[in-house]
Design a protein. Structure first.
Length: 154
């Protein structure tokens, strides 16, 4: 075997090792990106108004955000549970929240509840966010109410 053949073989083996190393690094990077995207997609909770809800969303048990206005006369307390109705003036959704509501939570105010629908078709919220001053409404809620023609804000 000649010296050039053995040098050529050594260079070829180094190229193959380098390509395998680069390929392995790309595979690890792709797996890491895939896992991050999967984690982010599970953490995203979509905002819906009662009129936007589909039958599948109500029955699937998927988590999302339900937004609208707290319907006048709908707030009741039963033990540690707060019962109220969220409306977008087209449709309504009954909500149960166990815990202490935000200080500014009241009838007629904007609210966003995070949770899921139970088998009884009642939205079980584990987090409730209330409008924090007279000028604030979440952008998604405001644009949704504007689309439906029921926006009374600026």
């Amino acid at each position: 075997m000649s010296a050039t053949a053995s040098i050529s073989r050594a260079v070829s083996q180094r190229k193959r090792k380098r390509l395998m190393l680069i390929g392995g690094a790309l595979a690890v990077l792709a797996a890491a990106v895939g896992l991050m995207l999967m984690a982010f997609s599970q953490d995203i909770r979509f905002f819906r108004t009662p009129a936007d809800l589909t039958e599948q969303e109500i029955t699937s048990g998927a988590r999302f955000r339900l937004g609208g206005l707290v319907e006048e006369g709908s707030v009741t307390r039963q033990g540690s549970e707060l019962h109220f109705t969220v409306t977008d003036t087209i449709k309504t959704a009954r909500v149960v929240f166990e815990g202490i509501p935000p200080d500014l939570f009241r009838e007629g105010q904007g609210v966003v509840a995070e949770g899921r629908f139970g088998p009884d078709r009642i939205f079980r919220a584990d987090n409730v966010l209330a409008k924090h001053d007279e000028n604030y409404t979440p952008k998604d809620l405001a644009s949704s109410l504007k689309e439906k023609g029921v926006w009374e804000g600026e």
